[in-house]
Design a protein around this ligand. Structure first.
Ligand SMILES: [Zn+2]
Length: 151
């Protein structure tokens, strides 16, 4: 019985972590939509299938979960059970992220990476400020930028 519950809980946790409409991503999507920006979601034709694609600005925004993408931050903690399995999985994800990031840049796309910890948890940045940064990035023409939570 305990195992069943644990498994159910684990699946619930995973669905939260991996879900397409994860809350941090929805905050960005809703906020930018409200500010008049239109985007495509998870464009399969681009490396790494970026979360949000703004063709007019030749820009993508990636919203990375700190666990799943292995962020070096207080929100990342390797699970105590099957830690080797998770470590391998996350390292593979990081490798994939790096490759996709470089490929996007080499194709002339600009890339804004937003880590979950700047939207959730102790170090979060007010959402309006995060959205301002997104808008500035879209309009100002920097090549790449990463947004993390405050430490
Ligand atoms: Zn983080």
């Amino acid at each position: 019985m305990v195992d069943v519950l644990t498994e159910a809980q684990r699946q619930l946790n995973m669905s939260r972590i991996r879900g397409r409409d994860t809350k941090p991503e929805m905050l960005i999507r809703r906020g930018l939509h409200a500010r008049g920006f239109r985007y495509r979601l998870q464009d399969r034709s681009l490396p790494g299938r970026p979360d949000l694609v703004f063709p007019r600005y030749k820009t993508v925004i990636l919203v990375h979960g700190c666990f799943w993408h292995g962020h070096d931050c207080p929100m990342f903690r390797l699970p105590a059970t099957r830690s080797e399995f998770w470590a391998e999985k996350i390292v593979a994800n990081q490798r994939r992220d790096t490759i996709a990031h470089e490929a996007l840049l080499s194709l002339g796309w600009r890339v804004l990476t937003i880590w979950e910890c700047c939207l959730r948890g102790k170090g979060r940045i007010p959402i309006n400020k995060v959205l301002d940064i997104c808008v500035n990035f879209l309009q100002e023409g920097e090549t790449a930028k990463t947004l993390s939570g405050m430490r």
